[in-house]
Design a protein around this ligand. Structure first.
Ligand code: PMP
Ligand code: GLN
Length: 382
């Protein structure tokens, strides 16, 4: 039908957060940390609110933030772009994704998506006139199946939208998997849009690798990241895109009509933040990893099986493993209202037929005492 948004309801994050508030539940549904990022970053932005700039910054973003993005990308990935042509500041990763889709595809173009998929992807693809083609990943290990991958691509493929580290799975795509995706993107002369907002939240010996750095992919890949995740400031909505100049030009064309620009004082804070030393980024990773471990051990102690989680804020638990035989949606409502802990049903992230309905996504980027209290409540209930 032509009523694209008619088929979508209110986002699951808003629905579950409201239910959590109404029932005074510990909210492990929507993904946001319960501690704000570094005080010096907050102070930089506060200073810029007090002393300015407070008027429209340049459409592409403050030069100092764009330089900082280019330096960050060189430091972590060896990407050597020209900040003046290859970077763009956006109002969060969400706007970057929207601007990339509007800027790069035309109605009728096919877009390859990996399921389970982050909730804004499909509505934005459809609003841009794209035709979704799904590659399904299954718990508990979320491996990429080569046949499914091949089947999703065709001569009509214009773009692949990849999220690694991946929400809601916690999957970090391997180099071998990325090579397979790159080969198909090249074969069909398509673009890749990489949502890398969890780039610095990767655990153990896993490593985040950007598709942009693969041979011949530099000309056709856009890398999207966000201060929300990197600095634990999800409400700031400051994102950034790195891509070759012709791609940035097209993405910026959409960006200028979507939001035009992004609050300059927050951009100041983020420019300062991106200059944090390597230690800061290591600490973020280890702190999140210890939260994952604590929460995973707690869930397993109650009897839950958990899916593999190598990155992001999220851990998925198999609700059948403790004998619950309803749907994930029923489970999430039940634990929110009766056990006092909110989670998000993973089926909300699947669009194609026959989706999994036995996994609940828990967000673990919370203080240890909060995670312990949640485990205590769940343990008492089950
Ligand atoms: N992509 C993914 C995979 C996410 O989990 C999120 C959630 N926060 C976003 C994009 C949105 O990022 P932002 O808040 O910067 O728009
Ligand atoms: N990305 C967060 C999550 O997956 C939520 C963002 C939002 O509420 N839109 O839970």
């Amino acid at each position: 039908s032509s009523d694209v948004l008619g088929e979508f309801g209110t986002t699951i994050f808003e629905v579950m957060s409201k239910l959590a508030i109404d029932h005074e539940a510990i909210n492990l549904g929507q993904g946001f940390p319960d501690e704000d990022g570094p005080a010096d970053i907050l102070a930089k932005a506060a200073e810029a609110v007090k002393d300015g700039p407070n008027q429209y910054p340049p459409m592409m973003g403050l030069p100092e933030l764009r330089v900082a993005v280019a330096e960050h990308d060189f430091r972590f990935y060896g990407i050597s772009g020209n900040w003046q042509t290859d970077t763009l500041v956006t109002s969060g990763a969400t706007e970057a994704i929207a601007a990339s889709l509007f800027g790069l595809i035309n109605p009728g173009d096919e877009v390859v998506l990996f399921e389970p998929l982050y909730d804004c992807y499909l509505p934005l693809v459809k609003l841009a006139g794209g035709i979704p083609k799904y590659v399904r990943l299954d718990p508990p290990h979320w491996e990429l199946d080569e046949d499914r991958l091949n089947a999703a691509f065709s001569e009509k493929t214009k773009l692949v939208l990849l999220n690694s580290p991946m929400n809601p799975t916690g999957k970090v795509f391997t180099v071998e998997e990325l090579e397979k995706i790159a080969a198909l993107v090249l074969k069909y002369d398509a673009y890749a849009i990489c949502d890398e907002v969890y780039e610095h939240i990767v655990f153990g010996d896993k490593k985040h690798v950007s598709l942009l750095t693969f041979p011949e992919m530099g000309e056709r890949t856009a890398r999207i990241a966000s201060a929300g995740k990197t600095f634990s400031l999800t409400g700031w909505k400051v994102g950034y895109v790195t891509a070759a100049a012709p791609m940035i030009a097209r993405i910026a064309k959409a960006h200028q009509f979507l939001v035009f620009t992004t609050p300059p004082n927050l951009q100041k804070g983020v420019a300062y933040g991106l200059k944090q030393d390597d230690r800061f980024f290591e600490d973020l990773k280890y702190s999140m990893q210890s939260k994952r471990d604590l929460f995973r051990d707690g869930l397993q102690g109650i009897g839950f099986s958990t899916a593999q989680c190598d990155g992001t804020y999220f851990l998925n638990a198999d609700i059948n493993s403790i004998g619950f035989d309803g749907t994930d949606e029923e489970f999430c409502r039940l634990i929110t209202t009766e056990a006092g802990v909110a989670a998000v049903p993973v089926s909300a992230f699947y669009q194609s037929e026959g989706a999994m309905t036995n996994f609940a996504r828990f967000c673990f980027c919370k203080k240890p005492e909060v995670l312990e209290a949640a485990i205590e409540k769940l343990g008492r209930f089950f």
